[in-house]
Design a protein around this ligand. Structure first.
Ligand code: ATP
Length: 235
């Protein structure tokens, strides 16, 4: 579904991605793990067009998208939940969710999807009239994910959904990521520092080091890889 071929990008004179190649197939959960500053967020932002691709190709279902603007990329079904959530703090939970469906016109299905995200996260249904900014960190992460799901993405990009959350909430968030993938066949590209948990739910993974892919394999093989264990799993 998504293919990166030798993608390079950066910020001014800083080169962050030094030729990234990877592939994500329909229905997979793929995780990208790596140390601070390795280029994980930049990879996601380059896919979604927030950071310009300077060289290489990004193909969505065989079509080049690396020159498109972010709006066109969202319209093609790629939706990103950025690091730090970025919900609308002054809008209610319900209004935040409505924003996610902003590009859609299929009212009946929008209502079904709203019920679906409320069933995934019942706390959001309870808090539907509360301002987003007054939610806890975990609830804001749930809202950010739900808002992205309201766009019915074919590819969901998640940037460190576990960041700053308590272990129990992290467990819940990962379970829901797996559920969304299984129930809707939504393809998920998950960037995580929490490599262990990410590899527990992913089908395959990539390890990024210093703007380059250092290793790839099935989630099981990465979990058992001694170098990965030492560098990213604290074993
Ligand atoms: P973290 O887990 O700490 O978020 P990361 O793997 O997501 O790290 P990136 O945020 O993609 O890493 O950063 C890759 C490189 O690009 C780093 O060297 C970083 O300092 C640099 N970088 C990121 N954002 C900017 C920016 N807005 N301006 C300049 N340099 C940046």
């Amino acid at each position: 579904m998504l293919k990166l071929e030798n993608v390079q990008s950066g910020y001014g004179s800083i080169v962050a991605l030094r030729g990234i190649s990877l592939e994500i197939h329909q229905g997979e959960i793929i995780t990208l793990i790596g140390a601070n500053g390795a280029g994980k967020s930049t990879t996601l932002m380059t896919i979604s067009g927030v950071v310009r691709c300077r060289a290489g190709k990004i193909l969505l279902n065989g079509e080049e998208i690396q020159k498109l603007d972010t709006d066109s990329i969202v319209k093609r079904g790629i939706c990103q939940v950025p690091e730090g959530r970025h919900i609308f703090p002054q809008l209610t939970v319900r209004e935040n969710l409505d924003m996610g469906a902003f590009l859609r016109k299929d009212r009946k299905q929008i209502k079904e999807d709203l019920d679906y995200v409320y069933s995934l996260f019942p706390i959001l249904a309870e808090r539907r009239n509360q301002d987003g900014g007054t939610l806890s960190g975990g609830e804001q992460q749930m809202l950010a994910m739900s808002r992205a799901l309201m766009a019915r993405p074919q590819l969901l990009l998640l940037d460190e959904p576990s960041m700053g959350l308590a272990p129990l909430i992290i467990k819940q968030i990962f379970e829901i990521i797996k559920k969304v993938n299984q129930e809707n066949n939504t393809t998920i590209f998950l960037v995580e520092q929490n490599a262990n948990q990410a590899l527990q739910i992913a089908h395959r993974g990539y390890v990024i080091e210093n703007g380059k892919i250092a290793l790839t394999g099935s989630a099981q093989s990465l979990l058992q890889n001694v170098d990965v264990q030492k560098a990213y799993l604290g074993i």
